[in-house]
Design a protein around this ligand. Structure first.
Ligand code: ZN
Length: 109
């Protein structure tokens, strides 16, 4: 059996293989958060099933982190582009943004 990877949900190394009472099925369960891998026949590689999830789960969560990083980078790029261009003066001449005007309206009631 291959070595168990860390729990895909909590990162714990406290996972172990459990065996059904009839000894036909086994699964990996995290001793920290209780996450369970799929139940597979005893002749199958239960660690492989658990590790496949461990490899996959971070990829599922990653997009929101990557998206946040990309949005932050885009905002910084936009800010730098505006600061270093004539657009900054144009924006200042244009006066309040539509959003500022709308907020004033809301505040006046
Ligand atoms: Zn866990």
């Amino acid at each position: 059996m291959s070595e168990l990877k860390t729990c895909p949900f909590c990162g714990s190394r406290n996972s172990a293989v459990h065996l059904s009472p009839d000894a036909r099925w086994h699964w990996v369960e995290c001793g920290h958060c209780g996450a369970r891998g799929p139940e597979v026949r005893v002749m199958m590689d239960v660690a492989g099933e658990w590790n496949r999830r461990a490899d996959y789960e971070p990829l599922v969560r990653a997009p929101s982190d990557r998206l946040a990083e990309r949005l932050k980078a885009s905002a910084l790029n936009l800010h730098e582009a505006v600061e270093g261009s004539a657009l900054k003066a144009d924006l200042a001449d244009a006066g309040p943004t539509p959003f500022a005007g709308r907020n004033k309206g809301v505040n006046r009631g």
